[in-house]
Design a protein around this ligand. Structure first.
Ligand code: ADP
Ligand code: MG
Length: 405
């Protein structure tokens, strides 16, 4: 059946705003989730990275806001500041009635956020730590919210945020609607999600083809000593339009970014110890294609949606399967194709097996020539070189052929 947003009972003002952005047909998760949310259902919803989960909850939630309310009507919780900002930008795109949307995350003066809340806010989008801070200062009243959304729910419920989330839920309206979204929801997460939802509807959108088929995955066997040189050669050979290079720790991000810069690569770094204003500047510059490679910790692994990220480099392997799926899911978004590379040393073999078991196939191995002290052979990006995107991606195919054996 040919479904459009009108058939899903989306407000015609929103349909029009979406259409102006070229968004005319709902994705599968949107087709399932939007009517359910409009009908007041609780949800536990799983759909692949890049499948449009944000609009799946943002559209109905914005549409359902009441005309006038002194206290927040909707709370969206995310694991990172970057994701909170991005979701607020998605809200802005369809905010046809000019509702008040507020960001609540750390690294910024809390006073301003308290003041904004006093003046009345409709939607709050925040990270767990700052939300708890606002609750403890009695600056935020969540007792009348009609919806609570946990994006990247497995990370929020399983890793590090449990205490904060418990505190937040404790002060939330009991008669709210609760919506949980992620690309990865296992039975443990589901069990916890059941506790915070009421008779939730379960949505699982299986990718039509092979899992992650739109992302061309490779592994590269290497050693700790050869890794940096191998990465340099690989960057030269692939010359991506934009790439994200993931490291295990902040310290490794710092040193890799320094090394790559000194070898002539256009890169910047992102991790949670970088001051907030700088983090935002870097994300904006990356979106504007002002540099080619973002070197990052897993702070950039979840949710971040940047058009033009064609290549993901897992310089260090992840500590769990979910993180790997989310990292590579930063490419191949909204029907596009992507490339991902995973560096594997001897001691990573077990983790690789876990990953391969989970995705259901063995990732093909690729050989990269070893050049000691390899330097960048890449042109430094000029600002706004978007027009080159096609030329560049075509090149990648050619270059890759030479290195596949
Ligand atoms: P997810 O949260 O599932 O990983 P996002 O919500 O970040 O995915 O969406 C990925 C990309 O797809 C975004 O750039 C978004 O603007 C785009 N997108 C969302 N819905 C549609 C749609 N119905 N048609 C085309 N593009 C869409
Ligand atoms: Mg998302």
């Amino acid at each position: 059946m040919n479904t459009n947003f009108n058939n899903l009972n989306v407000d015609k003002n929103i349909v029009e705003l979406l259409s102006k952005r070229g968004i005319k047909e709902p994705t599968e998760i949107q087709r399932e989730a939007i009517p359910a949310i409009l009908n007041g259902k609780d949800l536990i919803a799983q759909a692949a990275t890049g499948s449009g989960k944000t609009f799946a909850f943002v559209i109905p939630v914005v549409q359902k806001l009441n005309k006038f309310s002194k206290t927040p009507q909707c709370l969206i919780v995310t694991p990172t500041r970057e994701l909170a900002i991005q979701i607020s930008q998605e809200c802005d795109k369809i905010n046809f009635e000019d509702k008040k949307i507020m960001l609540a995350y750390g690294g910024r003066e809390i006073a301003g956020q308290i003041e904004t809340l006093k003046n009345g806010v409709d939607i709050v989008i925040g990270t767990p730590g700052r939300l708890v801070d606002l609750i403890e200062r009695k600056a935020i009243d969540l007792s009348k919210i009609s919806s609570l959304i946990l994006d990247e729910v497995d990370q929020i419920l399983m890793m590090g945020f449990r205490n904060e989330i418990d505190k937040i839920i404790e002060v939330c309206n009991r008669r709210r609607q609760t919506l949980c979204f992620s690309a990865t929801i296992d039975s443990t997460v589901k069990k916890i999600a059941y506790r915070i939802t009421k008779e939730p509807m379960n949505i699982v959108i299986e990718s039509k083809e092979n899992k992650l088929a739109h992302i061309n995955q490779h592994i590269i066997r290497t050693t700790d000593r050869r890794k940096l040189d191998t990465l340099s050669v690989l960057l030269n050979e692939t010359n991506p339009f934009m790439g994200i290079i993931f490291c295990r720790t902040k310290i490794r991000v710092d040193s890799l970014e320094e090394e790559l810069s000194s070898r002539g690569y256009s890169c910047q770094k992102l991790h949670s110890d970088i001051p907030q204003a700088k983090r935002e500047k870097i994300m904006k510059a990356f979106k504007d294609v002002e540099f080619q490679f973002l070197v990052a910790t897993d702070v950039a692994a979840r949710g971040v949606d940047i058009t033009g990220v064609t290549h993901i480099f897992n310089y260090d392997i992840t500590e769990d399967v979910e993180s790997y799926i989310h990292r590579i899911g930063r490419t191949g978004r909204a029907g596009e194709k992507g490339e991902s590379y995973l560096f594997v040393t001897e001691k990573n073999e077990n983790m690789l097996k876990d990953i391969e078991n989970s995705i259901g196939f063995n990732i093909p191995e690729m050989e990269v020539e070893y050049v000691q002290g390899a330097m960048s052979t890449l042109e430094l990006p000029k600002k706004k070189y978007n027009k080159k995107i096609n030329a560049r991606t075509k090149n990648i195919e050619e270059q890759k052929k030479r290195y596949r054996r």
